[in-house]
Design a protein around this ligand. Structure first.
Ligand code: FAD
Length: 345
């Protein structure tokens, strides 16, 4: 395969554990690729509590989830691992030569000597509206994030959701002259929206000015004409259903973690966790390590510092596989000229 990336190490998950594993891999001079289903690094820290303070990172009395992520990214910068974001590892197979073939939902494949599963509580995925066949419109008429690639100009847009992201998107597409939609409706299942008072005031003003229509209810069906979704059927709190004509739908119902395909990779698991030893945090498949929240062993505690320790020992285990001829020595970052050179210190 021409576009298959050959590497020594593949890290699945760019949460704090995966990021620190990439740093440790750098110290061992191992080339690393990191994949995450999110479009940014940081895992739970960035997705679930970016602005909340953490008090139990050793040597760091207090930092937010975002600050920890930024510091981990800064720390691994000298090694410049390659990130592949917004895609999920969907399959993993052992090859005849002992390497592993991993494939992502974006069609990228990797042939790698070692794998670090740092998948936490699972791959974060956008919550979808569950209606038979609706997923056929994903990417053409239904979108789960608004970015530079989502073009809603002059389209009749339905935004589904009730938090800051949904309200901000509705406002952007209703008022921004460069990407103004033909009409914008915001649909939320309750009449209470979750956002800062200032944003809510702007939203209220846009509704009063007729720029946005706010509806309370849920999408319970849809109409389709010649392979195109033409309307969403919205059921209100009184159980009344009516169609709303539309061109595009932006569904912003938040993200939820899904263990997904990992469960079918043939690794020994217990209660949705990957079983590992505590010497190298190796799984039942030599060459595949599981670190951080995803693993299970006697005494396991789902803490960030546990993931850091596990990542370090797993990388020492992987170095023995990648460099079988080399004796892997423990070196201090304080005193090792070799590590200083690698770190650019
Ligand atoms: P995660 O942070 O879950 O990251 C895993 C990443 O892997 C995710 O980004 C996910 O999208 C990705 N992924 C999964 N599967 C795939 C796949 N197949 N393909 C591609 N990507 C995939 N811990 C502390 O030590 N101190 C605290 O104070 C603390 N406070 C917390 C507060 C809250 C509200 C929560 C929810 C947790 C808290 N934790 C705390 C726990 C801590 O966040 C976790 O222990 C830590 O995030 C685990 O890191 P991880 O890298 O193993 O997994």
């Amino acid at each position: 395969q021409s576009d298959c990336i050959q590497t020594d190490a593949l890290v699945i998950g760019a949460g704090p554990t995966g990021l620190f594993a990439a740093f440790q891999l750098g110290l061992q001079e191992i080339k690393t690729h990191i994949v995450d289903s999110l479009h940014y690094a940081g895992g739970q820290c960035i997705e679930l509590y970016p602005d909340k303070p953490i008090y139990d990172i050793p040597g760091t009395p207090r930092c937010t989830g975002r600050e920890l992520t930024e510091n981990l990214l800064k720390q691994l910068k000298p090694f410049d691992p390659q990130f592949h974001l917004g895609q999920e590892i969907s399959s993993l197979e052992k090859q005849a030569d002992g390497r592993f073939l991993a494939q992502t939902t974006a069609g990228q494949s990797f042939l790698t000597k070692t794998i670090f599963i740092a998948a936490g509580v699972g791959a974060f995925q956008a919550r979808q509206i569950k209606l038979d066949g609706l997923e056929r419109f994903n990417g053409s008429q239904i979108f789960y994030r608004s970015d530079a690639n989502t073009v809603f100009a002059n389209k009749h847009l339905l935004v589904v959701g009730g938090d800051t992201a949904a309200i901000q998107s509705a406002l952007n597409f209703a008022t921004d002259s460069t990407q103004k939609a033909a009409s914008v409706t915001l649909l939320h299942r309750r009449d209470v929206l979750q956002a800062e008072p200032e944003l809510l005031q702007q939203f209220q003003a846009a509704c009063e000015a007729g720029k946005i229509r706010f509806m309370v209810g849920q999408v319970t069906a849809y109409s389709e004409v010649q392979g195109c979704m033409t309307a969403a059927h919205i059921t209100d709190v009184d159980g009344q259903t009516a169609p709303l004509a539309l061109d595009v739908m932006l569904v912003l119902l938040g993200l939820s973690p899904k263990l997904g395909p990992l469960a079918s990779w043939g690794l020994a698991m217990s209660r949705k966790q990957v079983e590992v030893d505590t010497e190298k945090f190796s799984t039942s498949e030599p060459g595949i390590f599981a670190i951080g929240d995803i693993n299970s062993y006697p005494g396991k505690k789902k803490l960030i510092l546990s993931g850091f320790h596990e990542a370090t020992l797993a990388v020492f285990g992987a170095a023995e596989i990648i460099f079988p001829e080399k004796k892997i020595m423990l070196q201090y970052t304080t005193t090792s000229p070799r590590l200083h050179a690698l770190l650019g210190a």
